[in-house]
Design a protein around this ligand. Sequence first.
Ligand SMILES: [Zn+2]
Ligand SMILES: [Zn+2]
Length: 440
Amino acid sequence: VLSPGQEKLHLNNVTVSQGVRMLFSLMTPNESSFATVQEVPKYVNQATPYFSGLILLEIVLGWLKTDGPRIKINDFITSLSAGMMSRLPQLVMRSLELSAYIYVWNNFRLLELPWDSAWTWWLAFLGVDMGYYWFHRFAHELNILWAAHQVHHSSEYYNLSTALRQSVTQQFSSWAFYLPLALMVPPSVFAVHVQFNLLYQFWIHTELVKDLGPLEWILNTPSHHRVHHGRNPYCIDKNYAGILIIWDRMFGTFAPESDKVVYGLTHPISTFQIWTVEFLYYPYLWQRFWEAEGISNKLSVIFKGPGWTPGKPRLGDIADIPQITGEEMPHDPTWSPAMQAYVLVQFLLLLDVYNNLLKDQTVGTFSFVFFFTFTKNKMLLCLSSRANAAEMEMLRCVLIMALQQFGYIKPLVPLLAFPIEVSLTDTYIITIVSITDHLS
Ligand SMILES: [Zn+2]
Ligand SMILES: [Zn+2]
């Protein structure tokens, strides 16, 4: 197994046709089977331009239609910021999903299916999709996992940007659900499908596609996934599918779309601050844990559903959630057009830096330590200082990004490239936090 640093040597790029098809799970076994993990393209990192293209298309079609989807800058930026942050750990380490998988394959595999067989490819497709179903179901039914996954459900809007609102901490639990596959399917095949599975779930986050006829029987579609994002009683704990909706039909969690879906958490958090969206649930869980009486109740707070209270069934009572009136209004504080323009421009700059960072990554242990100490210190400084200081910091960020963008900052020694990228990473976490702070 090569170190992640050596993987850089094998950066395979996808063609435009593949880039579009990978978003809809339409790649063939022939073009996406690889002998080694190192050869597997970083499909998700290369998806940014295709995501952007479809998001733009959705915005334009939304303008043209009178009842088009609602997209608000504040919500949009918070979703994209969460998406960017969720990918950061993978700049400095191989994903936990893949590391754990390779470990089980190396030590415990029962048989070795051939990596170049279409049968293995399809088996992995089904296996990863079912693994995702169970991971996703546990993420809703276990409070401790919900603490991470609630980030994805925190938007009160439903559009393509909602797909990118991913949790930073979720990756620390999802890995366990794919390990049975590691007993026989080579890691290089798994590494392809775990990416395709994630990518497929992008396009289903839209209100523009109403009904896909017979496809609704087999595939997870925009309609099915709208139900999953609803807070109407009929939507709660339904439609966990990734690519295939058959798992929900088989395991009894399927609900078709009926009443107009009202999106978001049953108790909306009404903020756009990324730090709050990502992490607020953990202290809340901690508090409920301490307040629960007796060890059995304490364990239930952690391992039963988010809606559970003493004396209630494992997943809580559906009658306890707030009623839907149809008059619900998403959180949308007023802010000046000048500030909107300022925040949007900064955000687009940031997006560009982010894309460059993903395209060209190098890794080292030194940098890893460097990353954590610096980010933490600056973060604390930034959060504890006044609004004014945050703006100064933001200007500094923009300056650094601009200098880097136009080629004025370049590493002298290739080995130094990473520390510089790391400090940029750091810069953009702070920028994300400052920007989203302005929104709330
Ligand atoms: Zn979910
Ligand atoms: Zn979703």
